[in-house]
Design a protein around this ligand. Structure first.
Ligand SMILES: *[C@@H]1O[C@H](CO)[C@@H](O)[C@H](O)[C@H]1NC(C)=O
Ligand SMILES: *[C@@H]1O[C@H](CO)[C@@H](O)[C@H](O)[C@H]1NC(C)=O
Ligand SMILES: *[C@@H]1O[C@H](CO)[C@@H](O)[C@H](O)[C@H]1NC(C)=O
Ligand SMILES: *[C@@H]1O[C@H](CO)[C@@H](O)[C@H](O)[C@H]1NC(C)=O
Ligand SMILES: *[C@@H]1O[C@H](CO)[C@@H](O)[C@H](O)[C@H]1NC(C)=O
Ligand SMILES: *[C@@H]1O[C@H](CO)[C@@H](O)[C@H](O)[C@H]1NC(C)=O
Ligand SMILES: *[C@@H]1O[C@H](CO)[C@@H](O)[C@H](O)[C@H]1NC(C)=O
Length: 471
């Protein structure tokens, strides 16, 4: 093949690959190529904004002369509007091979707010010491564009979230995890009526949750866990009718579980664990028929299990009511929740017999009833004990025993006395250890927010470099 032919083929290949990339970003099929221009103001604002976070050594015009075209910056995405490139995504911090790692004293420069087409803005592991407060001016510049705002693992971001973010009328996702924010939750978040995801977990937020958080009727995920929130759960939460996941765990919330919560017909996760919720289990729970995980552990809830129609919760897989000061018996209707995999009733004041019907739950892999006041002879068969092993925890129920014929087969449940020999001191008793450690990953609600798609850019580069080499 002649040199010119080879060059031509290579050029066609490059243009095709670049074209694929551009089309992928735009959802169009016109071959606009990498030749589109970028307004100088946009380009300089981008360089300066990044330099503020990454450090003055970073010279954008040197390193990335055509940041939306031939020399893309990992962490920046662009789109075409009226034939010009604009920045639509900016990811700051070392994540997913991102090139934009932060300097030790990053700053928000005003230039950031000139990038008025940005839809997605994310900061990961960027701010440490010295502490930085997010500027409250100029967020209104993003009001027509920003759909996703994320601050993750930035312990150096302190102070409050600026109330002005309520001007982000298009915001659909606000994720603020593991930063140093404190003070009250901004009441104005209740004005972000487009929000679908609100995650403010693992910060130092305190004070009450505003009633207007219940007006976010399009919300699918609300996670305010691991803060110091107090007061009660707003009754307005009954208005969050689209909600799929509600996690308010590890706060200091008190009062009752509001009856209005029964309006949340699509809820799959309700986690109120590690709070100060009291007032007994409301019957509203039985109306949330989509629930898969109900975690209320470590609350002084009190009351008993008898008045709930447990058989209504046909999709429930995780029921954790440990350390909730429950009294009374364990109703047989619990054995009608056929999807149940995890049942935690330990550390309560439950009494009476443990129904052997629980063995009918074919999916059940963990059953914890230790440290209660259960009595009588356990009625499970060998198959059940064999299947459950240590994941059946019934120790520290002083009047509970198991049939003596199991002693010889060493299938007897851990830490429980044989019925005919209750005075034996040979019975070993273990502490519960980590219950959750033995449970499969389905227990922990996990959210995946990965929206970093740089692989394709590297693909393009690999091809170009390879072809360069071949030529
Ligand atoms: C970046 O480099 C160019 C050329 O090397 C230089 O003219 C410019 O002043 C530098 N910019 C910054 C911000 O250092
Ligand atoms: C807000 O924008 C104005 C005008 O661009 C600028 O003077 C000011 O410093 C900006 N404030 C912040 C906090 O970025
Ligand atoms: C929030 O919305 C309320 C009405 O629901 C309005 O009165 C208030 O001014 C708004 N606040 C902000 C900061 O936009
Ligand atoms: C609940 O889920 C169903 C099916 O996924 C959906 O059709 C319905 O609109 C949802 N309800 C609300 C209030 O979002
Ligand atoms: C828990 O709530 C009760 C009221 O129900 C209150 O008296 C008590 O002080 C709260 N405890 C904590 C640790 O906040
Ligand atoms: C446990 O049950 C026995 C009767 O079976 C009762 O005497 C005792 O008070 C109960 N203990 C607790 C802590 O509820
Ligand atoms: C209950 O557990 C404790 C340790 O947590 C242990 O000291 C005690 O002996 C146990 N009691 C019974 C009756 O197994």
């Amino acid at each position: 093949m002649g040199y010119i032919t080879t060059t031509f083929i290579v050029l066609v290949l490059i243009v095709t690959v670049i074209g694929m990339y551009v089309n992928g970003e735009n959802g169009e099929f016109e071959d606009v190529g990498g030749g589109a221009p970028m307004a100088k103001t946009e380009q300089e604002a981008l360089y300066s904004a990044i330099q503020g976070f990454v450090g003055n050594w970073w010279n954008g015009s040197d390193l990335y002369p055509d940041p939306c075209g031939w020399t893309p910056i990992q962490g920046v995405s662009c789109d075409l509007y009226d034939g010009l490139w604009y920045v639509t995504g900016l990811n700051i911090g070392s994540i997913h091979d991102n090139s934009l790692s932060c300097t030790s004293n990053p700053e928000f420069r005003p230039d950031l707010f000139q990038l008025t087409h940005v839809k997605s803005l994310a900061f990961f592991d960027c701010f440490h010491t010295p502490p930085v407060v997010i500027p409250s001016d100029n967020w209104t510049e993003f009001s027509g564009s920003l759909e996703s705002l994320e601050f993750r693992s930035n312990p150096g971001l302190t102070g409050q979230i600026p109330a002005t973010i309520s001007q982000l009328h298009k915001l659909q996702s606000l994720v603020v995890i593991g930063n140093g924010f404190s003070g009250g939750l901004p009441a104005t978040i209740g004005n972000l009526t487009r929000l679908k995801r609100l995650v403010l977990s693992g910060n130092g937020f305190s004070g009450e949750i505003g009633d207007n958080y219940g007006y976010l009727s399009e919300l699918l995920i609300m996670d305010l866990s691991r803060n110091s929130l107090s007061g009660s759960i707003p009754l307005t939460f009954g208005g969050l009718t689209s909600l799929l996941k509600l996690d308010l765990s590890q706060n200091q919330l008190q009062g009752k579980i509001p009856y209005e919560i029964s309006n949340l017909k699509n809820l799959t996760l309700l986690d109120l664990s590690n709070n100060n919720i009291s007032g007994g289990l409301t019957k509203s729970i039985q109306e949330m028929s989509s629930l898969k995980e109900l975690v209320l552990s470590r609350n002084p809830i009190g009351g008993d299990l008898m008045n709930i129609e447990w058989q209504n919760l046909i999709t429930l897989m995780v029921l954790d009511l440990s350390s909730t000061r429950l009294t009374g018996g364990v109703p047989q209707t619990i054995s009608k929740m056929k999807k149940l995999r995890f049942l935690g009733l330990n550390d309560n004041y439950l009494s009476g017999n443990l129904t052997p019907k629980l063995a009918e739950l074919s999916e059940l892999s963990s059953l914890y009833v230790y440290r209660n006041n259960l009595t009588g002879k356990l009625g499970f068969d060998r198959v059940f004990y064999g299947k459950m092993g240590r994941r059946f925890g019934a120790w520290n129920n002083s009047n509970l025993c198991f049939p003596v014929d199991l002693v010889t087969t060493s299938l007897g449940p851990f830490g429980v006395n044989a019925c005919q020999d209750v005075t034996s001191s040979e019975v070993s008793v273990h502490d519960s250890g980590s219950k959750l450690g033995t449970f499969d990953s389905g227990y922990v609600a996990s959210y995946s927010f990965s929206r970093y798609k740089f692989d394709r850019i590297w693909c393009v580069f690999t091809v170009v470099i390879f072809l360069d080499f071949v030529m």
